[in-house]
Design a protein around this ligand. Structure first.
Ligand code: SAM
Length: 212
């Protein structure tokens, strides 16, 4: 937890309740121990996509589509979201959920390693969301920055890893190696010459960076 319990409770109590489909997806994630986006982070991404008028979004790590749903719902009817996932079962589940929400035409879910997919993707994109394997974040970043329009946003999840990144100490879940990798990644992102960046202590820590 990276905010106080009182703040967390307040945010949970005041956030509008998830609609039935999103609640079903969140329950699916919890039941099968699939790492899905924290509710507060999902709301933040949804607001940001709206705020920048995103029309094209790219995502690394669809899982069962929780973050995909919240991003895609902010798109206009002719908008597009490309999302990569390497697990066939999760990819299929996400496809089914997004079709139930009427978002099938707006989302292009690809069962492919994002590193290969991003390398052949044509920009520009308004927003990129990185949420795959943490050790691969640097590779994703190098591939998405050239795809962003000037002013385009890249959001990266889990950059504080339950607070362990700040404490620089494993909690038994996040390992010392993962923490060291995250600290190096954050340092690089915050000083990236093509980005203006910050870290928001929301959810598990979300880095937000805009292309200069
Ligand atoms: C943290 S989960 C994504 C959660 C999802 N963004 C959400 O909030 O609902 C990470 C996902 O990335 C997938 N993944 C890992 N490496 C990948 C890669 N190189 N390319 C595409 N997907 C990858 C994993 O299979 C996993 O389902």
């Amino acid at each position: 937890m990276i905010v106080t319990p009182a703040v967390r409770d307040y945010l949970d109590a005041t956030r509008p309740a998830a609609d039935p489909l999103l609640a079903e997806m969140q329950a699916h994630g919890a039941r099968e121990r699939i790492p899905i986006l924290d509710a507060q982070s999902g709301a933040l991404l949804h607001v940001l996509a709206h705020a920048i008028g995103a029309r094209r979004i790219v995502e690394v790590g669809t899982a069962i589509g929780v973050s995909t749903l919240q991003l895609a719902r902010a798109l206009p009817a002719d908008g597009e979201l490309v999302s990569y996932e390497i697990d066939p079962g999760r990819h299929a589940a996400a496809q089914a959920y997004l079709e139930r929400d009427g978002l099938g035409a707006r989302v292009d879910l690809r069962l492919q390693d994002a590193r290969a997919g991003l390398a052949e993707l044509d920009g520009p994109f308004d927003l990129a969301f990185l949420d795959g394997v943490k050790a691969e974040y640097e590779e994703y970043l190098d591939l998405v920055v050239p795809l962003l329009r000037p002013g385009g946003l890249v959001a990266v999840d889990n950059v504080l890893m339950s607070g362990t990144v700040a404490e620089n100490r494993s909690d038994g879940h996040w390992t010392d190696e993962q923490i060291a990798t995250a600290r190096a990644f954050n340092e690089r992102l915050l000083h990236h010459p093509q980005l203006v960046a910050t870290i928001a202590p929301v959810g598990d820590g979300i880095a937000l960076a805009a292309r200069r």
